[in-house]
Design a protein. Structure first.
Length: 336
């Protein structure tokens, strides 16, 4: 969004300010313009100074308002505030400069005519800036959407790599469930959670965000599958308020972070792997103690960088990563 805050308007100012400085007095004082006398030149000078003051001042207002109200949902507030500030600024500047400059150059009293005249070019300048702004914002949104789609496709391909056709797999799971003895509840539960994990991956793959509640339900199923392998050597704790469950995160982001923690750390009875999920100032913090493996598992390249890339397309708040001697944590923004 930085490019939307920076006005690349050097050429427009270089042409627009001199043009308005000459055009306005030429229209108002047409007789003097045709004679091209000293009075007309004085009026051009006065018009030029006022035009510079109004253009640069209103330009400053535009930049500040874009920074103060950057979201599309704040457009009405931004335009209304800009209009009010522009009106007040144009009135004050025109009143002061018109009075001073007319006395200095024309030896006459300033009038409110200067303010009435200045409103029209000020409005035109604002319309040009807003038209350019909306066009650039539209282009940025198109690029962001395309990038987000690419990141989503990359995530889907990696997560679903080497998976079988969904219908065939679910049919196979149903067949397998029928073959498992009814008394073998552990196997039935494991198969049910495995189905939940795979179903969530399929359902969420076309979404940019999901509810924290949905993501954590998926994480619970994923952790259950891993606890069959690690048992009490893997501990996952959640410290979240009810309100947090109704906010959003990118799909599979929590699972990826937990997967990375399991992949890169030892989980033993003597040194269990402890993973906590908590909230901190509108962020989710996923932290684990560091018990690095001497030989790392082969990476699937789905992980932290993918999460960082996806969040960069959804919000200006960044994913924060920190590491100490015994703790690794990642903070991902909660999205509304």
């Amino acid at each position: 969004m930085k490019n939307l805050y920076t006005l690349n308007d050097g050429r427009m100012r270089l042409i627009g300010i001199p043009l308005l400085s000459v055009l306005i007095p030429a229209v108002i004082h047409f007789e003097n313009f045709m004679e091209f006398n000293i009075v007309f030149l004085y009026n051009v000078l006065i018009s030029g100074l006022i035009t510079i003051a109004l253009w640069e001042g209103n330009r400053f207002i535009i930049v500040k308002m874009r920074r103060l109200f950057p979201d599309y949902s704040q457009t009405n507030r931004r335009l209304l505030t800009e209009a009010m500030l522009a009106l007040v600024y144009t009135f004050v500047v025109t009143l002061i400069l018109d009075e001073i400059l007319c006395k200095v150059f024309l030896n006459s009293e300033g009038t409110m005519l200067g303010f009435k005249i200045s409103i029209i070019p000020t409005l035109l300048v604002y319309l040009v800036y807003e038209a350019v702004y909306f066009f650039e914002a539209w282009q940025a949104n198109v690029r962001k959407t395309e990038s987000l789609m690419r990141e989503g496709v990359q995530s889907q391909l990696e997560v679903l790599k080497n998976q079988l056709d969904p219908h065939f797999l679910f049919n196979s799971m149903n067949t397998l469930a029928a073959l498992i003895d009814d008394d073998n509840t552990d196997a039935q539960d494991y198969l049910e959670r495995l189905s939940d994990v795979y179903r969530y991956v399929l359902v969420s793959r076309n979404k940019n965000t999901v509810l924290v509640e949905e993501e954590l339900a998926f994480v619970d199923a994923y952790v259950y599958l891993n606890k069959i392998r690690f048992r009490d050597n893997l501990l996952v704790e959640k410290e979240l308020s009810n309100a947090t469950y109704q906010q959003h995160v990118t799909p599979l982001s929590l699972q990826m972070l937990i997967e990375n923690a399991i992949k890169h750390n030892v989980a033993s009875k003597e040194n269990p792997l402890k993973i906590t999920i908590r909230e901190d100032n509108n962020y989710l913090v996923i932290a684990n103690n560091i018990l690095e493996k001497t030989v790392l598992e082969k990476s699937t390249r789905v992980g932290l960088q993918n999460i960082i890339n996806r969040y960069s397309l959804l919000t200006e708040r960044r994913v924060e990563i920190s590491r100490s001697d015994n703790l690794f944590s990642v903070k991902i923004p909660l999205l509304t």
